[in-house]
Design a binder for this molecule. Sequence first.
Ligand SMILES: Cc1cc2nc3c(=O)[nH]c(=O)nc-3n(C[C@H](O)[C@H](O)[C@H](O)COP(=O)(O)O)c2cc1C
Length: 414
Amino acid sequence: MTMTLENKRILLIVAGGIAAYKSLELIRLLTKAGGTVRVILTKAGAEFVTPLSLSSLSGDKVYSDIFNLTDEAEMGHIELSRDADLLVVAPATADLMAKMANGLCNDLASTTLLATDKPVLIAPAMNVRMWEHASTRRNVARLGEDGIHMVGPNKGDMACGEYGFGRMAEPDEILAAISALLGPGKLPLQGRTALVTSGPTREAIDPVRYLANRSSGKQGHAIAAALAHLGADVTLVSGPVEIADPVMVETVHVESASHMLDACTSILPVDIAICVAAVSDWRVDSEAAQKIKKDKSGEVPILNLIENPDILATLSKKSPNRPELVIGFAAETENMIDHAKAKLAKKQCDWIVANDVSVPDQAGSTGVMGGDKNQIHIVSASGVESWQEMNKQQVAADLAQRIADHFANFGKTE
Ligand SMILES: Cc1cc2nc3c(=O)[nH]c(=O)nc-3n(C[C@H](O)[C@H](O)[C@H](O)COP(=O)(O)O)c2cc1C
């Protein structure tokens, strides 16, 4: 299934942040997906990207000045919003979010946002201190209460040299969020509930150290978004990751395997459970209350490991609350299909999705864990289906469709 925005009209508002250059790529992705894009550029936004670049990519005039829309062919702020299916603000600056949260309207962008009755999606982008400032926290909360959808921000290195939350979501993440909001009318998973786990777990050794793994959460988060895109009511239970919560998905943040299990069991019953998280198999038997110190003797501490609870096996166990379809991911580095078949039998789930995490991606270094591509094999009682390598968004979209087909063919009667 490809993301289609055929006949969808997006009004993109580009505000004055350093991430404005990414809006050019966003326009390219939106038009490639079949959408029509019209752009409003703030005065500050024009310091970062030129109207010429934006209009070349959108194929339309760029709107900037509220008092200068004189031409018959030009549209005022009301018409601009009336003509759109969705308003997207990317980047959404601290300034523009503050205006939105307080109903201020002193330029074309803010006036259009106040005058609209269409859904609005914002992709915040700012310095980590601006993002964490009490004013921005208040504004984000108020925008959420007002029904404004948000994608990102992500955690990472910033143009200003700092590190933390505030990086704008990547254009493909914004595209996925837009698709989730404007998706096709026929939603094959409407009425279904789904639980997805994603990311790594962290098992504390002492207050500052932990055991973890390289899982980025990209695949699990994309699957949660793809299921929501097909109409499912999705709860994502995520370990600590540096990517944004998907839109239209309720996300529960957890740290350890035990927290993850508690969160999952409290969400039951659901129709579909997909365990994508790379749950640590072990944890230390007792977490030290204080930081373990390096002493002068040169002796190293011995960590005794014990097994963590098995979330996939717990969810798969026969019980009145067992989800109708339980899917487990298997990250393997060798004998993938044999290991996947053994895992299917041992855990008693319905499908195992095996992915070879030893393979480097095309960039050559990051591999499947943390990388953007994946090649999966679906192992079930009816055999093995091997898919070609795709980006993780596409794997997610195709897997969600495969699940929808499963319910259409074998699903319970409503
Ligand atoms: C070099 C530079 C980079 C900036 N980057 C950001 C940013 O990433 N996010 C942000 O909220 N403001 C940023 N600002 C501040 C905004 O440009 C400023 O608040 C402006 O008034 C925003 O106007 P607008 O919201 O109408 O676009 C930056 C300013 C400068 C000079």
